[in-house]
Design a protein around this ligand. Structure first.
Ligand SMILES: [Fe+2]
Length: 249
């Protein structure tokens, strides 16, 4: 079975469309979304509509913040969250459609388990909010604790930095494995990167394809200027949210 694992779309419709186009060419059987469909970007409604089609869509911290009380966000992120919430309110646009989107976000699961595989947004310990950064491999306690909480492989997003944590002590970036990695005996945590706001210095949209035990990272170019212009045109979205898409930071 061939699965596409996408995460952190963040309301970036141009990036999502480019990724879905790429997925189409690969004859993927299912698409799993690992959270943060909304937040930061200018097209939350359209991105939610696309994700409703997927068999699995996990709750991200920004999805949660859009419908519940946001906690622990910086002012730029918070401004985007309140704007996103406004876009999803029943009085904006079609009330029935917005209610459906609201219900969809409210019913997203925090994790999903399938024989040996765990899918989360953040980490196996705190599926919605905990970050696992590449430098965390030097934090033995944290990594050992996380690795005790899943059977074989855990797939996640949240940091927007793709790569593979192997056996709680090494981090391998997509470049280091030439975008292809065979999962072996060692337990591994795989970060699938971000579709709509990459932060690893590569501005292209990122996602992963899982075929049996093979992980392939895909990078897809998209019309960044269109997304950036939309962000500039919405006063509630800080311009830096557009600028960072240029750099992939
Ligand atoms: Fe995110």
């Amino acid at each position: 079975m061939k699965r596409a694992l996408i995460s952190d779309i963040h309301g970036n419709l141009e990036a999502l469309r480019a990724v879905l186009q790429d997925i189409k060419m690969l004859e993927v059987s299912e698409i799993y979304c690992l959270g943060d469909v909304v937040g930061y970007g200018p097209n939350p409604r359209e991105c939610i509509d696309a994700c409703m089609e997927f068999p699995v869509a996990i709750l991200g911290n920004h999805d949660q913040a859009a419908i519940f009380d946001p906690d622990g966000f910086n002012p730029v992120a918070l401004g985007a969250i309140y704007w996103t919430r406004g876009e999803l309110e029943a009085r904006r646009g079609n009330a029935t459609e917005n209610n459906r989107r609201w219900d969809f976000l409210g019913e997203m699961p925090r994790s999903r388990s399938e024989e040996g595989l765990l899918f989360v947004h953040g980490s196996p310990r705190d599926p919605t909010s905990e970050y696992v950064f590449p430098e965390d491999i030097y934090n033995r306690r944290k990594m050992d604790n996380l690795f005790e909480r899943f059977d074989r492989y855990c797939f996640q997003g949240h940091t927007h930095i793709p790569g593979i944590f192997v056996d709680s002590q090494a981090f391998i970036s997509p470049e280091e494995c030439n975008y292809e990695y065979s999962l072996g005996e060692e337990k591994s945590m795989i970060n699938v990167g971000s579709v709509g706001q990459p932060r690893d210095g590569d501005h292209r949209a990122c996602y992963a394809v899982l075929t049996d035990d093979q992980v392939t990272f895909r990078r897809v170019d998209y019309d960044r200027d269109a997304t950036i212009k939309k962000i500039y045109d919405i006063p509630e979205l800080d311009n830096m949210l557009g600028d960072r898409l240029r750099e992939g930071r």
